[in-house]
Design a protein around this ligand. Structure first.
Ligand code: SF4
Length: 216
């Protein structure tokens, strides 16, 4: 019987992106195909669980109706069987992925957090359906190349570089609504970074805001 390597399953509030503030069950998968220099996620330990065992564990919090598949890199393991089992219990399914592996098409919400520029020889982007993008901003790599016209929600997350002074610079760069010169790879010209609270974010005025949201 197929099993999945699960690092942890827990209930919390979604703290990032379009679904900020929404109660969710998080399923953290073990393992990743990249080695980002700033990664501080514990995804190495795991226990093996079947789709049924995962669904039973998640269903303890079925009232929230929202599950977030994360990692590590969940797309290395998530398949149609698991998605069908979670949908069968009435969950809306979101995934947070680096986008390097194809995804089951029935996933309801895809957050792409591209890491290709941080590692050598990263696989090309394979995810097709993308609902929002969350770019880790290290003050070096230009995030505007991920400003895809078809993606309505763009989020910028300051990188924890491991150096306090550099972290201050990175955050300062993003938090005052500011204009950065985009790279020659961007066809969009200049891009803007906009700081907002979750309340503003959920107020429905998304179209009046600048395209990029800063996650803090
Ligand atoms: S893709 Fe995410 S989980 Fe994988 S190494 Fe990078 S930051 Fe860590």
């Amino acid at each position: 019987m197929k099993t999945y390597r699960i690092n942890e399953i827990f209930y919390s509030l979604q703290g990032e992106g379009r679904h900020t503030g929404r109660a969710a069950v998080f399923v953290r998968f073990s393992g990743c195909n990249l080695k980002c220099p700033f990664c501080d996620t514990d995804f190495k330990t795991y226990r093996r669980m079947t789709a049924r065992e995962i669904t039973e564990a998640v269903s303890k919090w079925s009232d929230c109706g929202f599950v977030v598949l994360t990692g590590g890199e969940p797309s290395l393991q998530v398949d149609e069987e698991l998605i069908e089992a979670l949908h069968g219990e009435g969950f809306y399914i979101a995934i947070e992925t680096n986008g390097t592996c194809p995804l089951p098409s029935a996933i309801d919400w895809v957050t792409l957090s591209p890491k290709n520029c941080f590692v050598d020889h990263a696989p090309a982007l394979a995810a097709k359906k993308i609902d929002e993008v969350k770019v880790v901003f290290d003050g070096i790599h230009d995030p505007s190349s991920w400003d895809m016209a078809s993606v309505p929600y763009l989020n910028l997350q300051p990188c924890d570089t491991g150096n306090a002074e550099r972290n201050r610079e990175v955050t300062r760069h993003g938090t005052s609504p500011c204009k950065l010169r985009s790279s020659s790879t961007s066809s969009k010209g200049d891009c803007f970074y906009y700081f907002c609270s979750p309340k503003e974010y959920n107020s429905g005025n998304i179209k009046q805001m600048k395209r990029w949201m800063l996650l803090v």
